[in-house]
Design a protein around this ligand. Structure first.
Ligand code: HEC
Length: 106
């Protein structure tokens, strides 16, 4: 409930501030994921499960019906209890989202 509300508010903020969802570069996103995300997440294609307990794999995230560019954008912009606040820039978020969404097809 709280998370849903946060997403709604963020979505509204993003829309009203005119923040563009630039098309990210999946290759750049993969390099970023390797550096910043792979200590917790399984980031490669074809790894639907595994890694640390309770940490979803990127393929698993990509396959969730609720995962979209918008949901990733909102998620990566908000601090999370069990994830470090990485202070990602807009282009970094776009690249990471593009990489994760790409995994859906693999
Ligand atoms: C310190 C460990 C850690 C690091 C580093 C980390 N994550 Fe996570 N991440 C988690 C955990 C634990 C969860 C599941 C808990 C949750 O949903 O809050 C999670 C959940 C997520 C989800 C949400 C899936 C959903 O349920 O919607 C996404 C997307 C995600 N991480 C992306 C990333 C990206 C991109 C990076 C690198 C920039 C990253 N994470 C780095 C631990 C981490």
């Amino acid at each position: 409930m709280t998370r849903r509300l946060t997403l709604l508010i963020l979505t509204g903020l993003l829309a009203s501030s005119g923040a563009a969802f630039a098309q990210g570069d999946p290759e750049a996103g993969r390099a970023l994921a390797q550096r910043w995300c792979s200590s917790c997440h399984m980031i490669d294609a074809g790894q639907p499960t595994g890694a640390a307990i309770g940490v979803p794999t990127f393929t698993g995230i990509a396959r969730m019906p609720s995962t979209t560019a918008l949901s990733l954008n909102a998620f990566l912009r908000t601090p999370h209890v069990r994830m470090p606040d990485l202070q990602l820039s807009n282009p970094e978020i776009a690249d990471l989202s593009a990489y994760i969404l790409d995994l859906k097809q693999r």
